[in-house]
Design a protein around this ligand. Structure first.
Ligand SMILES: [Zn+2]
Ligand SMILES: [Zn+2]
Length: 155
C-alpha cells in the first residue's frame, strides 16, 4: 500500500464519488491509517452480494421513505468499510476522509469502529430532528475537521 497525502486521498474520494448511483448526492469516502495508507474506499450505491444485486437509483429511480429521503443505497462510508473487510485490511481505530459530512446512522458505526478523525469536504445538514452526525461524532470525541481547515492547520 502506497503512502498517500491528504491531497491524494481527497482525489481518490472525489473519484469514488463519481461511481455513486444515487444522484440525490454523489458521495465518496476513504478509510486510511495514520501513515496515510488507504484501507478501503467507497461510494453510495445499492447493496450486492455473491448471488444478487439490487437495482440502482440511476436506472430504476429512487426508493423514497415517508420523509422523502432515498433509502436504496448503502452510504459511501459503509461501502469503504466493506471494501476494507473484503481486502482483509484492519480498519478499527483508523481515519475517514469523505466528500460529505457523515449522516447520523453512519456516524454511529464510525464511532463503534473507533474512528479517530473525520475529514470532510462539504458539510451536510441533516433534516432530522434527532441531530446531526457531526454532533454525535463530537460527543464521542472524534475529531471532525473540514478539508479547508485541515490544509490551513497541517499542510
Ligand atoms: Zn436514490
Ligand atoms: Zn450515512
Amino acid at each position: 500500500m502506497a503512502i498517500s497525502t491528504i491531497n491524494d486521498i481527497h482525489a481518490l474520494a472525489t473519484q469514488m464519488s463519481m461511481y455513486a448511483t444515487c444522484d440525490r448526492l454523489h458521495v465518496g469516502a476513504v478509510l486510511f491509517d495514520d501513515l496515510g495508507c488507504v484501507l478501503g474506499k467507497g461510494c453510495n450505491k445499492s447493496p450486492e452480494n455473491d448471488v444478487s444485486a439490487d437495482v440502482q437509483c440511476d436506472t430504476h429511480g429512487h426508493l423514497v421513505n415517508d420523509s422523502g429521503g432515498c433509502i436504496r443505497t448503502i452510504h459511501a462510508e459503509m461501502d469503504a468499510l466493506v471494501d476494507a473487510i473484503r481486502n482483509h485490511r484492519y480498519c478499527y481505530s483508523s481515519n475517514l476522509y469523505t466528500t460529505h459530512m457523515p449522516c447520523y446512522y453512519c456516524s454511529k458505526t464510525l464511532i463503534h469502529l473507533n474512528i479517530r478523525l473525520v475529514i470532510y469536504e462539504h458539510d451536510y445538514v441533516s433534516k432530522s430532528s434527532y441531530g446531526s452526525g457531526r454532533n454525535l461524532l463530537e460527543k464521542y470525541k472524534v475529531k471532525v475537521i473540514s478539508l479547508k481547515e485541515w490544509i490551513k492547520e497541517y499542510e
